[in-house]
Design a protein around this ligand. Structure first.
Ligand code: DQA
Length: 140
């Protein structure tokens, strides 16, 4: 099985921005850990990050027929991108939404996701392990 780990806006700064919230590991280091976990579970992973909403939509569209699932941390787009929601609805590839922080325990505006309703599920609050748990959810 093959999965796309898709990171959105500002996630490229992980490890440098608000380390108390998102941890001190860089996105590259997190991706290496995800790759090692995937290997141990006999599946393949590919990684893509963009700060641009349209590029994230294009990545979701292109995943159709190629990936068995998408693990998506859309960053702040989570809270308002109808374009990303529509892209998820437009494909049959299942998407699991992830957040490193517990968005339910933060500012009010983070408590609403416009994506969750069209995702298979949501995992939040486990730091870098949110990605691993999302991958595991596809393998159960
Ligand atoms: C985030 C939570 C979002 O609210 C925020 O805008 C991010 C990261 C998380 O991983 O906890 O950029 O998706």
């Amino acid at each position: 099985m093959k999965f796309l780990i898709l990171n959105g806006v500002n996630l490229n700064l992980t490890g440098r921005r608000e380390p108390d919230v998102y941890g001190a590991r860089t996105l590259e280091a997190i991706n290496r850990e995800i790759a090692a976990f995937a290997k141990s579970r006999g599946c393949e992973v590919a990684f893509y990050q963009s700060n641009i909403e349209g590029e994230l939509c294009a990545a979701i569209q292109s995943a159709e027929g190629i990936f068995d699932g998408i693990i998506l941390n859309a960053g702040a787009y989570t809270h308002y991108s109808i374009a990303l929601r529509d892209a998820i609805s437009a494909v049959t590839v299942p998407v699991v939404e992830v957040h490193m922080s517990n968005v339910q325990a933060r500012e009010e505006f983070r408590k609403n996701s416009v994506l969750t309703g069209v995702c298979r599920g949501e995992i939040l609050g486990f730091g870098k392990n949110s990605y691993i748990l999302a991958l595991e959810s596809f393998l159960l």
